[in-house]
Design a protein around this ligand. Sequence first.
Ligand code: HEM
Length: 139
Amino acid sequence: MRSLLLVVVLTLTACAQQPAKDDSLYRDLGEQAGITRIVEGMLLNIAGDARIVRHFENIDIERLRDKLVEQICVEAGGPCTYTGDSMEESHKGQNLTPSDFNALVENLQDAMTTQGVAIPAQNRLLARLAPMRAQVIDR
Ligand code: HEM
């Protein structure tokens, strides 16, 4: 009986120390399938965006798709692990400007709108990506 009590107490303590992860944004983005559609939509929009398409011409676009899906899944609180390079490393030498950054964000917003993601959820994702801006531009 005492050992049962101990197990109960330890379990409750563990739960208290690890509050359930908030995956509401992950769900609002449509989980894995929705995030994949958003990323592919963004890359298609970029393909037609004369402002920034040159940056994406000689890269492994499937790898970029996969790493972006992982990263957005993680940032949205989903059950994923990011396995790509750091933001500094992957944007080094691209000399990206604030305008390049804004153009990519517009393409992401358009892709989310096309997928039917509500504006508050869109803004929550953008707020989580915003801190990466400084790691991406002027590298
Ligand atoms: C918050 C903004 C951004 C995020 C979260 C982001 C995220 C990523 C990720 C996850 C990768 C893959 C890293 C890897 O391969 O391991 C990547 C690579 C890349 N990003 Fe970004 N990125 C951002 C902004 C931009 C902008 C503004 C541009 C250009 C307009 C850009 C162009 C690229 C290119 C061309 C690559 C491929 C580099 C290569 O394979 O050599 N990114 N980015």
